[in-house]
Design a protein around this ligand. Structure first.
Ligand SMILES: [Zn+2]
Ligand SMILES: [Zn+2]
Length: 202
């Protein structure tokens, strides 16, 4: 017999990043309508371009220090984040806030999915802040692009810089939240028992 929890979660719908068909959350790949899967977003199947990006966000795991690579920010997955990557991506596709992000040169508007998870998944460096800063947010750029879709952890500073002034709301109780916070703390601790991965169980 389906539980009440299951029913609540299945009232949340999301649009497939590729074919835009509306599906009940959580996303369990592949999309039954278009076959969209996550192999290019969780590091399993990468284009050369993605391989470069991937390397940058794996610096901690490789034991070297995070570097800014000439930018203002960079963040890398922790072991914890890396181990949970597939679930992090599913979570962000299922519940994340969507926006567009200008490419560094401003000549492209890329769709992005963003979500915070109440757990440290990465560690980052910002030009304005000394030392490493823990991060719990995830960004997926151009999820439907097999060539250019990629995934990385994000710093609060970066979110502020790119999406200040935007808000969000809890997917379950609709309480207003900060941008990217797709469940309020009350629903995390109550409904999900403080375990975000529970929100991914069908
Ligand atoms: Zn689809
Ligand atoms: Zn809530």
């Amino acid at each position: 017999m389906p539980s009440k929890k299951r029913d609540m979660k299945h009232n949340i719908w999301f649009a497939c990043p590729d074919c835009s068909s509306q599906r009940p959350a959580p996303f369990l790949p592949p999309c039954p309508n278009c076959g969209f899967s996550l192999d290019h977003l969780n590091g399993r199947q990468l284009s050369d371009w993605q391989r470069q990006k991937w390397k940058k966000h794996q610096e901690l795991l490789q034991g070297s220090n995070i570097s800014l690579h000439g930018g203002k920010w960079n963040a890398s997955f922790t072991h914890n984040g890396n181990a949970a990557l597939e679930d992090l991506v599913r979570f962000t596709i299922s519940y994340g806030d969507t926006q567009v992000l200008s490419s560094p040169r401003g000549n492209n508007q890329n769709p992005v999915y963003l979500a915070y998870i109440p757990e440290i998944i990465g560690s980052g460096l910002a030009i304005a802040t000394p030392g490493l800063v823990p991060c719990s947010g995830l960004c997926i750029v151009s999820p439907s692009s097999i060539q250019y879709g990629h995934t990385y952890p994000i710093l609060d500073d970066w979110m502020q810089d790119h999406f200040s002034g935007l808000g969000s709301s809890c997917r379950l109780c609709h309480t207003p939240t900060a941008f990217g916070e797709v469940f309020c703390m009350q629903c995390y601790s109550g409904y999900a028992n403080g375990d975000w991965q529970k929100l991914l169980m069908n």
